[in-house]
Design a protein around this ligand. Structure first.
Ligand code: UTP
Length: 323
C-alpha cells in the first residue's frame, strides 16, 4: 500500500507554558515526565515509529535541556554501567537512539505558525511534506501518523488528526469544518487499509471559536502532516488570535486556495499535557497500565475514592484523619 515517507518531524517547544506556572518558570514543560518519561521523548518515539529519521525541535533561549535530553551522558552512563544497573542504562540511552535530533531557535513566542515556519531553513530539498507533533498532546495508542501518511499518499495535500470533543469544550481548540457536516457524505471514507478511524475532507478551519460558531465538534489534536506549501501560506498569513501567527489560519488559507486537506479522526485516547489537570489525568492513565506502578496505584485509588464516597472529609488534615 502506498504511503508518504515521513523524514523530518518538527516539534514546536518554544512556548511559555504559562498554564503550568510556576513549574515552567525553570523547567520546560516538554521535560515534565509522564510517569518517568518526558513528553518530548514520547513524541520523539512516536515520530521514529512512524518512520521519521530526524527530529527538529523548535526551542527558545533557556530551554536547552529539551535538546540535552537526547544527548549522551557519559558520566551517568559509566556510573550506571559500573553499578550493574543495566535496566536504567537502557532507559537513559533510549532517547538518543531514537532518531537524529537538532534544534532551531524561535527568538520570541510569536505563535505556533511562526514556530513551524522557523523549521523551514533546515528542511531537506527533497522533502515535500513534514510531520508536526505538539509535545503537549499525548495521542494514544500511537499509530495515527502512519494512517495520516497513507491518507496523504491516496488523497494528496495535507492531513491532520482530529478528536471529537464535547461541544461545551470546543472553544479551547482549533476546529474543523468538514464536508460530511455539510451533507457531503461522499467525502466520508474509511482510511485506506485500516478498519480504524474515519477520514474526512476539511472545508475550513477556525481557531478557538465560540460554542455557537463552532462548525463541528472535531478539534485539532496536535498531529499534522503538512505539505511544504504550508511555508508559503505562513508567509502570507497575518497574525490572528492573540496577535500570534496561527498555524490554523495558514491551513485555512490553503483550503481556500483549493489545497486538499483531510482529517483522520482518532477514536482512541488523547491527553492535554499543557495544563496541570490534563497532565494529571495522563499520568494516572499511563501509570495504571504500568507493570510496576499500576497495581499499587489502582489499589490506592480504590481505597482513596472508596473513602471519598462515604465518610472521607476532603477538608480534614492528615493529622485529623489519624485522630
Ligand atoms: P501552546 O499554546 O499549547 O503552548 O502551544 P504554550 O504557549 O507553551 O502554553 P501556554 O498557553 O502558555 O500555557 C502548543 C505548542 O506550540 C509551542 C508550544 O511550546 C507547545 O508545544 N509553541 C507555541 C511554540 O513553539 N512557539 C510559540 O510561539 C507558541
Amino acid at each position: 500500500m502506498s504511503t508518504t515517507r515521513i523524514g523530518t518531524a518538527v516539534v514546536p517547544a518554544a512556548g511559555l507554558g504559562t498554564r503550568f506556572l510556576p513549574a515552567t518558570k525553570s523547567v520546560p514543560k516538554e521535560l515534565l515526565p509522564v510517569v518517568d518519561t518526558p513528553a518530548i521523548e514520547l513524541v520523539a518515539a512516536e515520530a521514529a515509529e512512524a518512520g521519521a529519521d530526524r527530529l527538529v525541535i523548535v526551542t527558545s533561549e533557556g530551554k536547552d535541556g529539551v535538546v540535552t535530553h537526547f544527548t549522551e551522558d557519559p558520566v551517568l552512563e559509566r556510573a550506571l554501567h559500573a553499578g550493574g544497573k543495566s535496566h536504567l542504562l537502557e532507559k537513559v540511552r533510549r532517547a538518543q537512539g531514537l532518531l537524529a535530533v537538532e534544534s532551531v531557535v524561535q527568538d520570541e513566542p510569536r505563535g505556533l505558525g511562526h514556530a513551524v515556519a522557523c523549521a523551514e531553513p533546515v528542511l531537506r530539498d527533497d522533502e515535500d511534506a513534514i510531520a508536526v507533533l505538539l509535545p503537549d498532546d499525548l495521542v494514544m495508542p500511537r499509530g495515527v501518523l502512519e494512517t495520516m501518511a497513507r491518507v496523504r499518499a491516496s488523497r494528496g495535500g495535507s492531513v491532520l488528526c482530529a478528536i471529537d470533543v464535547p461541544k461545551d469544550q470546543i472553544s479551547a481548540y482549533g476546529v474543523f469544518d468538514v464536508a460530511a457536516a455539510r451533507g457531503l457524505g461522499d467525502d466520508l471514507v474509511q482510511a485506506p487499509g485500516t478498519s480504524d478511524p474515519d477520514v474526512l475532507q476539511v472545508v475550513g478551519m477556525v481557531e478557538k471559536p465560540t460554542v455557537e460558531d463552532a462548525p463541528s465538534t472535531l478539534a485539532a489534536a496536535g498531529r499534522y502532516l503538512l505539505d511544504r506549501a504550508i511555508f508559503d501560506a505562513l508567509r502570507r498569513t497575518l497574525p490572528g488570535k492573540g496577535g500570534e501567527l496561527q498555524l490554523t489560519d495558514a491551513i485555512a488559507l490553503l483550503i481556500d486556495e483549493g489545497h486538499p486537506v483531510h482529517v483522520v479522526v482518532h477514536r482512541g485516547g488523547r491527553h492535554d499535557l499543557g495544563n496541570p489537570g490534563g497532565y494529571l489525568r495522563a499520568a494516572v492513565d499511563v501509570a495504571l497500565s504500568h507493570d510496576e506502578y499500576g497495581p499499587p496505584l489502582r489499589r490506592w485509588l480504590d481505597e482513596r475514592l472508596g473513602r471519598g464516597a462515604g465518610t472521607f472529609d476532603p477538608g480534614a488534615t492528615v493529622a485529623d484523619a489519624r485522630g
